[in-house]
Design a protein. Sequence first.
Length: 256
Amino acid sequence: MSELSEVLELVEWEEDINKSRNRYDRALKEFSGLSIEVSKSSLTILEVAGGTGIGGIALSKNLLSKGFKVRLIITDLRPKALEKAKEFSRDELGFEAETYVIDAREIHKLGIKADIILMYGNSHATFSTFDMAKFILSSKLSLNSGGSLIIQGHNMFYDYIITSGYKEILPERVRKDKILLSIHEGYDEYRGMFKRLYIDLISGRKAEIELKYWDFGELIGLCKIFFSNVDLKMVEGHRGFVICSNLIEDVTSILT
């Protein structure tokens, strides 16, 4: 089991869509208000780090309702989550999404050309700056001409560092049968990553995870290296979408 999977289990992250319908309903609402320029009637959507596919399925449903034909591909490193994505896509879309177990930084190795590449669900939090640069480059290589990269994100720096203040020790779950704490374990100056230890004081289970507290300026700055059009659409609080289009073939052109 990966460290991320262990942490998700410890925090009791719900992957049964029927029990976490509110997340899917929120995604449907967000995509209904999002303007995405497309010039084709048949679209290939590639969701990366997609888990159970909430984002990709919600986006696909929105586009289907507008008369587009959709091919949906969902990737993740967790096979069990992808199995749930297949089931959920059948229920919601009437067809089964294609799934692949692959790192988001290596999606170009699939050899798929997509019209929309989507990262949804604050997946960027586990990416270092270098990881994110590799993902964006891999996306650039996987997009059709005229395609778009969409990153749903959260200004974690503002919320968790500025507003709340970074917590050395944070109670995550507290009840009679579970006392789950996350504890600051270190900071990697080179990679800009915070390391936190999650530990359940009752069961003794523990897992580590590395996190980066992104703000939108950082994401946009990286995207501007590879795309000439980069927009920010805020949807709720400090939650928003970075929408990238118009691939830059010669990245030195950003200097002119």
